[in-house]
Design a protein around this ligand. Structure first.
Ligand code: G3H
Ligand code: ZN
Length: 302
């Protein structure tokens, strides 16, 4: 019978040993299987997460929980799996705690910071009573139109003291596709925060950030990297190639059958995930520590 873990030990280990574990959003059945396959084949822990929008699309938080537990059984999963609510409201976090998600992100960034902190503390209490992990957000992650806000060191300390298990910080990162002329991650602020708190730090908007910046961020304390857009683009590209090659039109091989039509895109998610796992240094469950080696000089190369 499948079970979920809260991942606290995994992320503490990642922070301590300078590697990162990906946090991958699921969007449907195929996505879920692609992510489980990637984790199984690399023998790395899997954090699978769902946004409110994706959960609504799929049929609700309960359906997502049941889907993941069922797939874990049917795919014979023998690696640790964490199920996380991504960017949840206060109500959504409470709902997912009650449903037995093993981790929840309460995203109170749009609230006045005192209210964000007070509500985060309530979620921490509810979650910790049940052994569930909590992620909070400080500062603001930008969207592709901009609008991010740097997290302050003072907030990092206050939220860490509130007992959050993972802390998402606005450090110039953006959700979705990065715009032309993006300034890059603010390593100075990341370092100040990492020096002030031991909490594993989370990088949202992990898709499309140059590898060297990600590696530097990991070396400074980022332990969880959220990825969604990257795999959507991988899925889209492979699906487009399948259709442009006319494979969906082949009636003799039933290329129009969704089980075939969605195959190339699904495999592309797994391939992209395995590549990321290798350069984020994600530690295999069987392995010794694999530390990300960051070469400062390479960051400034064109
Ligand atoms: O919470 C999810 C993410 O931060 C994913 O961002 O779609 O830019 O990879 P992304
Ligand atoms: Zn995010």
């Amino acid at each position: 019978m499948a079970f979920l873990v809260n991942g606290n030990e995994i992320f503490k280990d990642a922070r301590k040993n300078h590697y990162a574990v990906g946090a991958y959003n699921t969007n449907n059945l195929e996505w879920t299987r692609a992510l489980i396959t990637g984790a199984k084949e690399t023998r790395t822990p899997l954090l699978i997460q769902v946004s409110t929008g994706a959960a609504k699309y799929m049929g609700g938080y309960k359906l997502v929980r049941d889907l993941i537990l069922n797939e874990m059984d049917s795919m014979d999963v023998d690696i640790p799996v964490i199920l996380n609510l991504d960017h949840g409201t206060f109500e959504a976090a409470k709902e997912c705690i009650a449903l037995g998600y093993s981790s929840v992100m309460f995203d109170g960034h749009a609230l006045p910071v005192e209210e964000n902190l007070a509500k985060t503390k309530e979620i921490v209490k509810l979650a910790h009573e049940r052994g569930i992990s909590v992620e909070a957000e400080i500062g603001k992650i930008g969207e592709n139109q901009g609008g991010g806000e740097l997290a302050s060191v003072e907030d990092a300390i206050r939220f860490a003291e509130a007992g959050v298990d993972k802390l998402a910080c606005g450090i110039g990162n953006i959700h979705g596709v990065y715009p032309e002329g993006w300034e890059g991650l603010n390593f100075e602020r990341l370092k100040e925060i990492a020096d002030a708190v031991d909490t594993p730090l989370v990088l949202h908007g992990g898709s499309g950030i140059p590898q060297d910046q990600i590696k530097k961020a990991i070396s400074l304390g980022i332990s969880k990297i959220n990825i969604n857009t990257e795999f959507q683009l991988a899925f889209q590209k492979a699906t487009r190639e399948y259709i442009e090659a006319g494979k969906d039109l082949d009636k003799s091989s039933k290329g129009y059958d969704p089980r075939k039509l969605l195959r190339a895109g699904t495999d592309a998610i797994t391939a992209s995930m395995k590549e990321m796992i290798s350069w984020m240094g994600t530690r295999s469950v069987d392995d010794k520590i694999s530390k990300v080696v960051f070469d400062e000089a390479s960051l400034n190369e064109e």
